[in-house]
Write a protein that binds this ligand. Sequence first.
Ligand code: ADE
Length: 339
Amino acid sequence: MSSTPASKTEETPQDFLDQTLRPGRWNEYIGQSNIKKNLDILISAAKGRNHPPEHVLFYGPAGLGKTTLAHLIAREIGANIKVTSGPAIERVGDLAAILTNLGEKDIFFIDEIHRLNKTVEEVLYPAMESGVLDIIIGKGPSARTIQLELPPFTLVAATTRIALLSAPLRSRFSGGTFRLNFYTEEEIREILNRSAKILNTIIKRGADTEIAKRSRYTPRTANYLLKRCRDFAEVNKKPLSEETVREALTLLQVDELGLDVSDRLILESIINKFDGGPVGLGTLAASVAEEAATIEEVNEPYLIRSGLIERTPRGRVATKKAYTHLGIEIPKDKQETLL
Ligand code: ADE
């Protein structure tokens, strides 16, 4: 498989490091078993018909493996993958340039598709549905449309914000829309042990469980914590044991539930500044000097999953568990009603 990044694709050093731990083969990918089974059928059926698989959409919190799945699909069908993201495709011309350069059966991967602008989105519709590119030439009464036929391709898209996708766009993912879930502790342990082997690190019994518990059940975070714990162990000339992990993660300020400084700030703000809530997202964001989108995409999914906050129609509310976790006494008037 060759991977050809499309124009303006940003890759951070962190992404590069991640890639070495990313599974390169279908059978190395741990977890998300239902999605894997469905994709297997989609791909096998498409192969049987000698046609590219239909377009698929992945959604769910960051770091759960959406991009990895796109690469694995490409590998499975023996095709190239062209990678870009919603904000990188600024104009119709950017999209046209990528689409017209696709090879037969290529995978076209758009990350953060919710950030695609409307004009570009509308050009994508006929491309997805009928494999044609409609280009308008000229302006006003003399404008005319020409149609370019595209090679058969598969669009694989990913988003952390499915609700921001328009209904017409969503409906065009005829191969399926798949939600990635948080992993189980057992799956994260398996991922950690695989990663430790790749990194040539001996991870003691119990250390994997301790990292897994604080990993937010997210492979990207688990691998990040593993690398930081390995550094800590090496620098302090200690084995990578459960105790070393605890010390390293205490230093990183990642607590027993995997919350970091920003997560705890959000909880403390809801409890101390807004009397436990409900508080609207915008108000909460301003109170912790953070972007509302970051809170919604990065912090909230895990805080909700851990039962520390609840989303109500009137805003975010801290739960009993949040008070207990932070060691804050539950006010008397709340003791009966708190979720
Ligand atoms: N590394 C990151 N995500 C992974 C996964 N789902 N399976 C195996 N290794 C991984």
